[in-house]
Design a protein around this ligand. Structure first.
Ligand code: 13P
Length: 343
């Protein structure tokens, strides 16, 4: 393992002022996003859309430290024949790759899932490294249901085990693992229940990473924020989310981890930005704290684009704007006024 190299990449992925664009939607997920804007999900349309993002020069060069790609995208060329990976590199950003193969139902644990994709992973990592990937992502999914039932220990432990085996393989192949144990914000639970489950999942994950000899200095954690479930009547203020998220992270994530990059998980664009900003304003953070957003970076440009070439410049402006807002949030310098001025 080349820990010096891994640590350098992990630090670059979460450099102050910058974060990660999660553009690794599977063909099924990007299909749903395209349905919503009335665009047929063909390989060319997926390529055109992602090329548009990667050619957004302001966002990519100033605010996007890394891009998570899907298997199809890491192999695709831009319209002019340049590999998409080269566009990302030319902008000064790092290409990464989603390597999990999605979730399957976990037997005897109704409604719970396990992420698959360990078989043949070492060989795939070697190939992806050859295609330019400097880091990888694996997403585990934990749901919150009835107390003492969901999540089950079986689901938390099995997913932690898969994350740790993936992370060890990545490090052995000199690829920085993004370790993503996502506690979903679906459901009617309140913020304190989210805090309790998130802390459990993170503690189990770090214990299992330790048993599998994963070097914390050479990874990036991608957690959910601590928020109430979408259907909960009890909403939480920006300060409460920031305070409870930081409390859980400080109690569970060793300071040896160079960087944490949140997922947006279905929060509104502005909430995802405001929460990150509030955590930086609180100060005293032992790790770099940044973003690795999919929806909260792409929803705005996707809607503006709507599959029409004449909308590309406006969609790129929308993407630049969200990237800049989140970049400012990683410095505690975002202000709600900046959103209204842009609107
Ligand atoms: P969202 O920000 O849309 O949650 O996506 C991030 C991601 O990569 C989930 O795996």
């Amino acid at each position: 393992m080349n820990l010096e190299q891994l640590n350098k990449v992990a630090a670059a992925m979460t450099a102050p002022g910058r974060g990660i664009l999660a553009a690794d939607e599977s063909t099924g997920t990007i299909g749903k996003r395209f349905d919503a804007i009335g665009v047929p999900s063909t390989p060319d349309n997926r390529r055109d859309y992602r090329e548009m993002l990667f050619r957004s020069s302001e966002a990519m060069s100033k605010y996007i430290a890394g891009v998570i790609l899907y298997d199809e995208t890491i192999r695709q060329n831009a319209k002019d024949g340049t590999p998409l990976v080269k566009l990302i590199e030319k902008a000064g950003s790092l290409p990464g790759i989603k390597v999990d193969k999605g979730t399957k139902l976990l037997p005897f644990c109704p409604g719970e899932v396990i992420t698959e994709g360990l078989d043949g992973l070492r060989e795939r990592l070697v190939e992806y490294r050859g295609l330019g990937a400097k880091f990888a992502k694996w997403r585990a999914v934990i749901d919150i249901g009835e107390r003492h039932v969901v999540p089950s220990y079986a689901a938390v432990a099995a997913n932690a085990q898969a994350l740790a085996r993936y992370a060890a393989l990545c490090q052995d192949e000199t690829i920085v693992p993004i370790v993503e144990p996502e506690v979903l914000m679906d459901g009617g639970h309140d913020i304190d229940r989210c805090a309790e489950v998130t802390q459990w999942v993170l503690k189990e994950t770090f214990h299992t990473l330790f048993l599998n000899r994963v070097a914390l200095e050479g990874m990036v954690l991608k957690p959910n924020m601590v928020v109430p479930g979408k259907k909960s009547a009890k909403r939480a203020s920006v300060d409460e989310v920031a305070e409870k998220t930081l409390r859980v992270l400080k109690a569970s994530v060793p300071a040896a981890v160079p960087g944490i990059a949140f997922l947006s998980g279905g929060q509104s664009d502005e909430a995802a930005t405001a929460h990150l900003d509030a955590m930086h304003r609180a100060g005293g953070l032992p790790w770099r704290l940044s973003f690795s957003y999919g929806r909260a970076l792409q929803h705005a440009p996707q809607t503006v684009w709507a599959g029409k070439p004449e909308n590309v410049a406006a969609a790129q402006r929308a993407f630049n704007h969200r990237a800049m807002m989140n970049g400012l949030a990683t410095l505690g310098q975002w202000q709600a006024d900046l959103e209204r001025k842009a609107a």
